[in-house]
Design a protein around this ligand. Structure first.
Ligand SMILES: C=C(OP(=O)(O)O)C(=O)O
Ligand SMILES: [Mg+2]
Length: 440
């Protein structure tokens, strides 16, 4: 084959993630000598409809050697299938990867094995073309830097404290540029640390780098964050808004919600009222997984009642999967999608989900996982697709900081210094959307 982007070699290896758990990394070498390397993240509050990750602890299937098995698949069956193929033909690469696994959820080969190679091919091809990844994936129009959703207070499955809501995030929507947004976020994070310390509360951090204090009530997290915003010199609701990830699939069992730490029980209707009340009292712009992954009716209800004001994000609900997203669009369940590359397992399928969401008038947020590595592909992806929002934790752990720093470098590469999708843009989020069309 004559392509200089012809795949010469694929090498998989086991590395560790930010929780010290093993994960998969792949390195792709092309005929022209360009190489691409990608590492796969891993969730803790994983949705049950996510693509299957072969991981350790997966003893039922591979004697506790899940990640090792995924690496074997990279070096074996995947390398055999893709060697000699054109890495610049991403769709073909991803189709071939999917073709190796007849299962619905990629459980034979492992979504982690596939994703490592899928992303590494894109990175190698970008290098062969002499382009930064965001430019290779997004073309000449890629120019929008995302608003950071900085998760500065952790709870739920990401922290050992008594807070049930998984993530409390600040969005510096009033910042004029991306670097300013990061600076504001860092200053608020530091101020929050000082306030917590002055009250004798813990300043140790959770999986995504946010503080993880014990608090009398989850609502107190919002109160103390707003205090930090003000003390840092910003105006809550004006300069900085609040976003929440409830991760409420973790609470759902037998038709009701049981918040495990505070032992509070709620029905779907009560939970919807709880969110409505919180949004009326605080500058909350976004709630992720306000209802559980199969509570479609609950999602419809909350979208009808809050969807014109608040971004209602499907993470476990959509799992970056066009089939589930299509259902959500048709039902009017949610008005935004959280995008996690390892929920679906290939780059093309990820981009198809983002495209479907955007054409239906939904917003998208590119997201890390709670278990991360230094790989910063999602920063490039956010700019490439013009997502406008990125969720990548607090500025206290280098696995999260890697994404912010990559975006700061990308901001420097965009001659206009990047259009920052700040507050004005939020009025264009089409939050009024309650029932969409696929735009096809
Ligand atoms: C990032 C998240 O957590 P995890 O990676 O644990 O699913 C999330 O729920 O949005
Ligand atoms: Mg989530």
């Amino acid at each position: 084959m004559k392509y200089s982007t012809r795949i010469e070699k694929i090498k998989g290896r086991e590395i560790i993630d930010s929780r010290g758990n093993p994960t998969v990394e792949a390195e792709v070498t092309l005929a022209c000598g360009a190489t691409g390397r990608a590492a796969v993240p891993s969730g803790a509050s994983t949705g049950m409809f996510e693509a299957y990750e072969l991981r350790d602890g997966d003893s039922a299937r591979f004697g506790g050697k899940g990640v090792r098995k995924a690496v074997e698949h990279v070096n074996g069956v995947i390398a055999q299938e893709l060697t000699g193929r054109n890495a610049a033909n991403q769709m073909q690469i991803d189709r071939l990867l999917c073709g190796l696994d007849p299962s619905e959820n990629k459980s034979k080969i492992g979504a982690n094995a596939m994703l490592a190679v899928s992303l590494a091919c894109a990175k190698a091809a970008a290098k062969a073309c002499g382009l930064p990844l965001f430019r290779y994936l997004g073309g000449c129009h890629a120019h929008v830097l995302p608003v950071p959703m900085m998760n500065i207070l952790n709870g739920g499955a990401h922290a050992g404290n008594n807070v049930d809501i998984q993530e409390f995030m600040i969005m510096p929507t009033g910042a004029p540029t991306f670097p300013e947004a990061v600076r504001w976020g860092c200053e608020i994070f530091h101020t929050l640390g000082k306030i917590l310390k002055s009250r004798g509360l813990s300043t140790s951090v959770g999986d995504e780098g946010g503080y993880a204090p014990n608090l009398p009530d989850d609502e107190d997290a919002i109160k103390v964050i707003l205090e930090a915003v003000e003390q840092a010199g910003f105006v809550p609701g004006d300069d900085v808004k609040i976003a929440i990830d409830a991760a409420s699939s973790e609470w759902f069992s037998d038709g009701e919600y049981l918040l495990p730490k505070k032992q509070t029980r709620m029905t779907t209707d009560e939970l919807c009222s709880y969110w409505k009340d919180l949004c009326a009292r605080y500058p909350i712009i976004s709630i992720e997984d306000p209802l559980a992954e199969d509570d479609w009716e609950g999602f419809q209800k909350i979208t009808r009642s809050l969807g014109d004001k608040v971004q209602l994000v499907g993470d476990d609900l959509f799992v970056t999967n066009v089939k589930r997203l299509r259902k959500g669009i048709e039902l009017g369940a949610g008005n935004a999608i959280l995008v996690k590359v390892n929920q679906i397992g290939t780059l093309s399928e990820t981009m198809a989900a983002i495209d479907m969401a955007h054409r239906a008038g939904m917003t998208s947020i590119i997201s890390h996982r709670s278990g991360e590595t230094e790989d910063s592909t999602i920063a490039d992806l956010a700019v490439a697709v013009g997502a406008g929002q990125i969720k990548t934790g607090a500025p206290s752990r280098s696995d999260r900081v890697a994404k912010y720093n990559r975006l700061l470098r990308i901001a420097d590469m965009i001659p206009s210094s990047g259009v920052y999708l700040g507050d004005g843009a939020f009025t264009n989020l089409r939050l009024g959307q309650t029932k969409g069309t696929l735009g096809e």
